[in-house]
Write a protein that binds this ligand. Sequence first.
Ligand code: NAP
Length: 293
Amino acid sequence: MTKPNTTPLILNGKEVSEQIITKIKAEVSNIHSKNKRPPGLSVILVGDNPASHVYVNNKEKACIKIGLHSEVHRLPANTSEEELIDIIKSINKNNAIDGILVQLPLPIHIKAEKIIEIIDPAKDIDGLHPYNLGKLLSGQKCLVPCTPLGVIEILKYYSINIRGMNAVIIGRSTLVGKPLSLLMLNENATVTVAHSKTDNIDGISRTADILISAVGKAKLVKKNWVKPNAIVIDVGINKTLENNKSLLVGDVDFEDVKSNCKAITPVPGGVGPVTVAMLMSNTLQAYKINNNV
Ligand code: NAP
């Protein structure tokens, strides 16, 4: 058995995100210098979920930093499905907007699948419209969900070989696990997707050269789930209380796992910042496609 590495490489998502944002900023500043309309992002937030408000504020700040045009529709929790559909239809027609993001989760009286299908697929910068998911499945160029894209960016930034590696993804959501499994397949990994009904999940996880957790359960992944010298990517964001302090932690028990792996993403500061950068990147991509740039 390979001897575990006692000082893992910390995969710094802020650094990866800064590099992506610098490139996008340069492209956007070039667009401004030609007096052309900048790429535009429209975010729709329904209700009072505190985490969603933080995520939307971060996206707004990133737009300002880059020079994108941005607008945020903050709607009350009692907004009806019909009202939301009408707003999306009008943004679909707005030529100043290239990307539409509906912040999830939506209040329970609104069906997310129905809302996502209203978004013009060419403006679906979250990549969740069945048109884009279908294209991803068939290996065609399309708008791809930001978090899975961010995971691939982190692996590539650190020159981590994906081809031929055993990748285990824990979580099979449409937002993260499923699209990530397709992206990892496209990168020629051998992919296993585990979920809440998976038997022997710790044993399966231990087969991973690259272990990715996207579950939403604090400290689920322990040292004995991780093959020595594996790469560990923690997508999870969970709020916990420790010593009466509210903390953000991932799905991976970082302190337990870090002595056993080759590289690991922290939470916060891992996948999260790269997700925001990929949203900006998708908005620019949609702008280029819509303007034949
Ligand atoms: P989700 O839709 O709730 O999906 C969770 C997945 O985890 C499901 O497939 C579920 O299995 C599986 N699961 C639940 N309990 C499990 C267990 N004990 N063992 C193994 N699998 C289990 O969540 P999501 O939207 O994919 O998000 C997952 C996490 O990532 C959350 O913490 C979320 O906050 C975070 N997130 C982070 C970012 C970022 O930018 N860093 C972006 C998006 C999401 P079943 O399918 O069998 O129910």
